[in-house]
Design a protein around this ligand. Structure first.
Ligand code: KE4
Length: 432
């Protein structure tokens, strides 16, 4: 265990003032044990903790750091914007630039509304779907996470077709009674739900590539099936691209898989690391939003100039202008190198690992079985994951502190970083 005395001391202090010592649960290392480190600085693909330990970072602040941390063009854009004020609550030009950038990158988004988190984006998109369709029911999938709005903190009911049960204290059953939870990648379950709830479903919301139970992919034809069945019933297809947006392609998962959803949610990358969320889609749907239409949605800091400046710099660098690097082939190439290396490491260590990847998002599960949904993921060996996590952390490599999170590469990672990572993984896995 490498020394982290300063982080240990500060965590003890944090516990006195912040529930669990953290401002978001996953950061507390409860899934892997031990004490979380506090970051002192981050740059490129590396973070340094308070004790000066350096880590290659495969979390990337859960997705936003696709260009690496402290990316110079993002930092200078934020500094320049800050000199003109940090918030106005008055329309500012950056909001229009951001809306045009998102709309030009994602053709299904004719209009877009900015907000301040992925949770807000998904919550608002669902309210909008209900307002537009005048229907109450929403279908979501087990293992997909869309933020912590009450009606989405729900687990599958007793039967796959019964309505969801609250999955958090403080959520009244009444708040989840219109949420149907189905297994992902199971077409029969969706068909049955629509038969059972004909013309009553406002929409299906899903992560097109679920990254909140580790990472698994839609089976071939599954997204096309969801597009077809929602259109036939008059329900909306809502892609939660908070994680996949501008990650899997400049146009997100919908570009990569060639699907046109009715509404899309964004976050993370579009804020360049600052607090942000957005949701958008067909103008006829978006125009139901206040102040034009009857669906209320608002936010003091929505379109905040610093978050917009950071996000615009990020999107322009990722592909928003012809001069920019085309990041995606590079991200795919680094992802392929990591996948091959991790699979070779597991083989050489004689440890069963299923390594799922889509572009620069990935997850290694300690299981010999394929992982296509959350119940498959739950069968993985979490004790092995815990040991692997700490073994890698102790040699300066930081993976997500939970088996049920995705990992992220950035354009700041190098082939040498990945070589070092897979070499260390082979050694650490041998000791599992
Ligand atoms: P935020 O409210 O955390 O900005 O976004 C919620 C959200 C919505 N949709 C998807 C697909 C997401 O991945 C998220 C948030 N992702 C988690 C990582 N698994 C954020 C990390 C955390 O909760 O601290």
């Amino acid at each position: 265990m490498i020394p982290r005395a300063k982080s240990e001391a500060l965590f003890a202090e944090a516990l006195k003032y912040i529930p669990g010592g953290v401002n978001s649960p996953v950061r507390a290392f409860r899934a892997v044990g031990g004490t979380p480190f506090f970051v002192n600085k981050a740059s490129g693909c590396r973070v340094w903790d308070l004790d000066g330990n350096e880590y290659i970072d495969y979390v990337g602040t859960w997705g936003p750091a696709i260009l690496g941390h402290a990316y110079p063009k993002i930092v200078s854009a934020v500094k320049a914007a800050a000199d003109h004020g940090t918030s106005f609550g008055i329309p500012n030009p950056f909001e229009v630039m951001m809306a045009k950038l998102i709309s030009s990158a994602v053709p299904s988004v004719q209009k877009v509304r900015m907000c301040n988190s992925g949770t807000e984006a998904c919550m608002s998109a669902i309210r909008l779907a209900r307002g537009f369709t005048k229907r109450d029911k929403i279908i979501k999938f087990d293992g997909c996470y869309h933020g912590h709005a009450d009606s989405l903190l729900v687990k599958a009911g007793s039967g796959a077709l019964t309505f969801g049960q609250p999955d958090s204290a403080g959520v009244p059953a009444a708040f989840t009674q219109h949420t149907i939870v189905l297994p992902f990648n199971d077409e029969e379950a969706v068909k049955a739900a629509f038969t059972e709830n004909k013309n009553q479903v406002a929409g299906i919301i899903l992560e097109p590539v679920p990254g909140n139970a580790g990472l698994y992919l839609p089976k071939p034809g599954y997204l096309e099936f969801l597009r077809k069945i929602t259109k036939a019933d008059g329900a909306l297809l809502i892609f939660d691209e908070v994680m996949t947006g501008f990650r899997l392609a400049f146009g997100g998962a919908q570009e990569r898989f060639g699907i046109t959803p009715d509404l899309s949610c964004f976050g993370k990358i579009i804020g360049g690391g600052l607090p942000v969320g957005a949701f958008g889609g067909r103008a006829e749907i978006m125009d139901c939003l206040a102040p034009l239409g009857p669906v209320y949605q608002a936010g003091t800091l929505s379109g905040n100039p610093l978050a917009m400046a950071a996000g615009i710099a990020a999107l322009e660098e990722l592909g928003g202008n012809p001069k920019s690097q085309n990041a995606y082939p590079r991200l795919d190439q680094l992802g392929a190198q990591l996948e091959t290396g991790m699979k070779d490491a597991a083989k050489s260590a004689g440890v069963p690992v299923t390594f799922n990847r889509c572009g620069s998002m990935f997850c290694g599960y300690f299981t010999s079985e394929p992982v296509h949904n959350v119940s498959d993921a739950m069968k993985s060996d979490r004790e092995r994951f815990k040991k692997f996590f700490h073994g890698m952390l102790d040699v300066g490599i930081y993976f997500a502190p939970s088996q049920f999170e995705a990992g992220f590469l950035s354009t700041a990672h190098s082939e040498a970083d990945i070589e070092r990572t897979v070499g260390a993984a082979a050694t650490v896995m041998k000791a599992l």
